[in-house]
Design a protein around this ligand. Structure first.
Ligand SMILES: NC(=O)c1ccc[n+]([C@@H]2O[C@H](COP(=O)([O-])OP(=O)(O)OC[C@H]3O[C@@H](n4cnc5c(N)ncnc54)[C@H](O)[C@@H]3O)[C@@H](O)[C@H]2O)c1
Length: 269
């Protein structure tokens, strides 16, 4: 897909990767870019910086009724949706001890929101004979996010769902991409790095921390090639291959990295 004259929706568009995608899609000549995020004022402010093709709306991507309304309203205004980017996501920064409410929120935002988006947008795309879904998953969805159990489990589920959608709908003209960055300099990672959180330190030690704009560049290239797996950090392909070929060796390497980071900077007593 090239972005010229396309109508695009981006959830989680009020900052970070979502805002960078919006800027890049507008620069590529998109006809309309609808940013959907929880906070109306913040989303409208980001839309204003993107330019006249952008619109910011308050939507909880984990609420199916709101997602249905977002899709219906966008199709009414612009006649179609060519690309839906299910990009909203949440991390918890904790292990299995995360309260059930945090597990539930991660499941709803990182996975169910993608189901709701697909349910809402596919009927129109199928009727028109084509469309593209891009789900922002994570390298955590093909590897593991040390220190964040709900994030790891739900991002794996998100990649699985994206693959299911790709296999199921490809022959009906629907393309699906799973955008799987490793570390990106957004509040999600920056907050963890600032506090020295182990999860953030492992990410930073595993590859370069990219800017959101670099991720948007990779996304545009991946969409142009209609690639399923979009890896802004190409080294993730090598890690995933190693993990598939030798899971025990892969886990041993990761544990070694964690031990090294803990020894270099032990957590406060
Ligand atoms: N930052 C990283 O290192 C990194 C790495 C891999 C994947 N990701 C993924 O990239 C995506 C974007 O994250 P980011 O790094 O830009 O972080 P971010 O925190 O800057 O952006 C996430 C956005 O999602 C919004 N959001 C959260 N819950 C929502 C909901 N229920 N409905 C609508 N919007 C909601 C937030 O308000 C926020 O604007 C996420 O899916 C994240 O998991 C991030």
């Amino acid at each position: 897909m090239n972005l010229t004259d396309r109508v695009v929706v981006i959830t989680g568009g009020a900052g970070g990767i979502g805002a960078a995608l919006a800027r890049r899609f507008a620069a590529e000549g998109a006809a309309a870019v609808v940013l959907a995020d929880l906070d109306a004022r913040a989303t409208a402010a980001v839309a204003a910086t993107v330019g006249p093709v952008a619109r910011g709306v308050a939507v909880d991507a984990a609420d199916e009724g709101q997602v249905r309304d977002l899709v219906a309203d966008t199709e009414r205004r612009y006649g179609r949706i060519d690309l839906f980017c299910a990009n909203a996501g949440v991390a918890t920064g904790v292990g299995i001890e995360a309260p059930d409410a945090d597990w539930d929120r991660a499941w709803r935002v990182n996975v169910l929101a993608h189901v709701y988006a697909a349910r809402a947008v596919l009927p129109g795309m199928l009727a028109r004979g084509g469309g593209h879904l891009m789900h922002t998953c994570s390298a955590a969805g093909v590897l593991t996010a040390v220190g964040d159990a709900p994030y790891t489990a739900t991002k794996h589920a998100a990649v699985g769902l994206a693959e299911w959608l790709a296999v199921t709908y490809r022959d009906q003209g629907i393309r699906v991409s799973a955008l799987c960055p490793q570390g990106v300099d957004t509040p999600m990672l920056a907050d963890g790095l600032a506090t020295g959180h182990l999860a953030a330190r492992v990410i930073a030690a595993s590859g370069p921390v990219l800017t959101p704009d670099q991720v948007a560049d990779a996304a545009v290239a991946g969409l142009a090639e209609e690639r399923f797996l979009i890896l802004p950090h190409p080294e993730v392909a090598g890690y995933a291959l190693r993990r598939a070929q030798d899971p025990d060796g892969w886990q041993a390497g990761l544990r070694k990295l964690v031990r090294r980071l803990r020894a270099a900077d032990p957590p406060p007593a």
